[in-house]
Design a binder for this molecule. Structure first.
Ligand SMILES: CC(C)(COP(=O)(O)OP(=O)(O)OC[C@H]1O[C@@H](n2cnc3c(N)ncnc32)[C@H](O)[C@@H]1OP(=O)(O)O)[C@@H](O)C(=O)NCCC(=O)NCCS
Length: 160
């Protein structure tokens, strides 16, 4: 059987970008995209990133607070970019930056910044270790340290 790849992975190797066009079925009566639709795209984009990084199935374990900064309307574009910001034993923190775009003018604006924690799942359905993030630059080392501090807060919030 081939041995499992446990080597640290560079952040760039799992970055995921998605572009969605807002159609009437994505929108509320004001013509703005539903928050829940944005959340579904956030979860998808982040899940692809987590699975690219870990090489395993990954499930959503925790979503940090979400603030919707500005609406995106029917006929406009939603751009998502996700990257792994920190890795732990079986879990990973993924940041997703969402922007609105008017594709005719090129104007872009911030919509949502989200942090989602995923857990890698083995074939038997249990959490399984993930490859660490390669800490090859100051910004990635800072990102890992900040992710570890946020993880402590999440676990404290959800402790029973
Ligand atoms: C996420 C899940 C696998 C964790 O299972 P568990 O029995 O708590 O497993 P463990 O205690 O071994 O924890 C596994 C990892 O989850 C992390 N975790 C658990 N709860 C967490 C929380 N509230 N916030 C952040 N991480 C959390 C643990 O810290 C651990 O990570 P680590 O190994 O990197 O330290 C389990 O709760 C689950 O299956 N939840 C449902 C997931 C789901 O259906 N998502 C939506 C569809 S994809």
């Amino acid at each position: 059987m081939p041995s499992e790849d446990t080597a640290a992975r560079p952040q760039a190797s799992s970055v995921t970008e998605m572009t969605e066009y807002v159609l009437p079925q994505h929108a509320n009566a004001l013509g703005n995209v539903f928050g829940g639709q944005i959340m579904a795209w956030v979860d998808l984009c982040a899940a692809i990133t987590a699975q690219r990084h870990s090489g395993k199935m990954a499930v959503t374990a925790f979503v940090d607070d979400l603030k919707f900064q500005a609406p995106v309307k029917v006929g406009e574009v939603v751009r998502l970019r996700a990257r792994v910001t920190a890795t732990f034993r079986t879990s990973m923190e993924v940041e997703i930056v969402v922007e609105g775009e008017n594709s005719r003018t090129g104007n872009r604006w911030p919509c949502v910044d989200a942090l989602v924690t995923f857990v890698a799942i083995a074939d038997d359905g249990t959490p399984t270790p993930v490859r660490p993030l390669l800490l090859d630059a100051d910004d990635v080392r800072a990102s890992q340290a900040a992710g570890e501090a946020r993880r402590q807060q999440r676990l404290a919030r959800t402790a029973r």
